[in-house]
Design a protein around this ligand. Structure first.
Ligand SMILES: *Cc1c(COP(=O)(O)O)cnc(C)c1O
Length: 479
């Protein structure tokens, strides 16, 4: 029997009968023998929440029958609710999207060695801000400054919370109340609310746009320089590309102009590679070292994009400029914590040996992995699920393309292999949602009405877990 919500006054008699049939909290708690393995207060709150949602369901005319209000029906609902409330909100997922630096899925994965450093400084005291040579107070970023300088050729450096913070801090230090010249083609939005023009106005720097969207010439910069100019800023257009009739001023020319007029040049590199990834089929991107060597005064980049470390904003450059940035009181509000520092130092040290970095840093390893290895993963997954899923889902292998992600290297698909699922017992959207809502969520991507699992971003040790997730989601429906 279905009851309709009443437009006014008393609920219908049938609705009232259903409402009276809802058990009382204490009665419900009496059913819970043995008590669930959860804190008593959480159990009680969950019972209340369940009973209240039943009331609402009845009042809004959901199709509830008296049988839905019995112990036999309600106990499983409570256990399901409890399980979901006991599950951490923030948990691991399987990234089968093929997007390596996936901002929504945690960007870069840390190497094992970095995890060990985190564990050590998390559970023991450390020299976070103590100079062990002098016994005096030290600064936390001095622990990585020498390493950063060695890897990039810069004179000095510091680290803040993320690259957005790095850009703000540099602008606030060097250009507050003065002018910053930027090419129109580089006024990018990175995502979220980080847009170069808005960041600029927040820091009190005045944006002076030069050139056109597709082309900017050296004379455009030259003509815009005035007594108010504090900085020439180049922004790496990491997440889009202008193709066709387009040109930017070569960095060397910009640096030469700035030197002639005695104005510093900043480059926001975004991703900031420390190694050249072009040998893995990606377009040549300038490394941080190359930009420093070109004479740029201050360079900012992310710790957790192509560098493959923890979230951080790295700032390297000329000594006098970095000294001014270090002295900015805003620095304190943007500082990194000890976990970041521990992870970052370990990851940076891996770069002393490039081959070691490529093998040990997951972000780099996933970009460099041979297609044959990805293919092996795809075949292994199909072997693990093929027979069981056969009656409910078509499982095929397909040549697909992965993306670098993180606003890095746009328009540069990497050849990959995927396991393609075409469910026979539900829509592909239902399958996608089912996998996303598992205790261990699985994220793939939908293409041509099928679910694609790109094996580039699935680690070998995750394959059996992924197979179990797939079996679980199909079992849940066909029980
Ligand atoms: C990603 C990016 C940023 C922001 O870096 P976060 O580390 O995400 O704060 C800034 N500028 C550019 C060019 C970027 O690509």
């Amino acid at each position: 029997m279905t009851t309709k919500p009443e437009s006014a006054g008393q609920p219908a008699a049938s609705t009232q009968r259903l409402l009276r049939a809802i058990p009382k909290v204490d009665e419900f708690l009496g059913w819970l023998v043995p008590a669930p393995d959860a804190p008593a207060s959480l159990v009680k709150n969950s019972v209340r929440q369940l009973l209240e949602s039943l009331r609402q369901e009845i009042l809004t005319g959901a199709p509830i029958k008296p049988a839905d209000l019995t112990q036999g029906s309600l106990l499983p609902r409570l256990h399901k609710l409890l399980a979901s409330r006991l599950r951490p909100n923030f948990r691991t997922v399987i990234n089968a999207t093929g997007v390596v630096v996936h901002t929504n899925l945690g960007r870069s994965l840390l190497p094992e060695a970095a995890m060990e450093s985190l564990l050590a400084v998390g559970s023991r005291y450390s020299n976070l801000e103590l100079d062990l040579t002098t016994g005096k107070r030290g600064s936390r970023y001095s622990l990585v400054e020498d390493i950063l300088c060695e890897l990039t050729g810069a004179e000095a450096g510091l680290v803040v919370n993320n690259n957005a913070a790095a850009v703000m801090l540099v602008l606030d230090t060097l250009a507050k109340g003065r002018e910053v010249i930027v090419s129109r083609g580089q006024l990018v939005e990175i995502g979220g609310s980080f847009r170069i023009p808005e960041v600029m106005s927040r820091t009190g720097a005045k944006l002076v746009e030069v050139g056109a969207t597709n082309r900017t010439h050296l004379r455009d910069y030259e003509n815009a320089i005035s007594g108010e100019t504090a900085l020439l800023l180049k922004v790496h257009t990491s997440n889009y590309r202008i193709i066709g009739f387009a040109s930017e001023v070569p960095l060397a020319d910009l640096v030469a102009l700035a030197a002639k007029r005695n104005i510093p040049v900043m480059e926001d590199l975004g991703s900031g590679c420390l190694v050249d990834l072009s040998r893995f089929g990606l377009a040549k991107e300038p490394t941080v070292g190359e930009v420093v060597r070109a004479g740029v005064d201050v360079v900012t980049f992310s710790g957790d994009k192509l560098l493959g470390g923890p979230q951080a904003g790295l700032i390297v450059g000329k000594k006098e400029i970095i000294a001014q940035i270090k002295a900015n009181p805003m620095n304190r509000a943007l500082r990194i914590d000890k976990f970041t520092l521990a992870g970052l130092e370990t990851v940076l040290r891996l770069y002393f040996d490039e081959e070691q970095a490529l093998a040990a840093i997951p972000t780099l390893a996933m970009l460099a992995v041979p297609l044959a290895d990805i293919d092996r993963r795809a075949k292994r997954l199909r072997r693990l699920i093929g027979k069981e899923l056969g009656p409910v889902c078509r499982v095929e292998l397909k040549d697909i393309a992965s993306m670098v992600g993180g606003g890095s290297l746009p328009e540069q698909p990497l050849p990959s292999r995927g396991v393609v699922l075409a469910p026979l017992d539900r829509s592909v959207n239902e399958l996608e949602k089912g996998l996303r809502e598992l205790p261990l969520p699985v994220l793939g991507r939908i293409e041509d009405d099928r679910l694609l699992l790109d094996m580039r971003t699935v680690a070998d040790k995750e394959i059996p877990l992924l197979a179990n997730c797939l079996k679980e989601v199909f079992e849940a429906k066909n029980k």
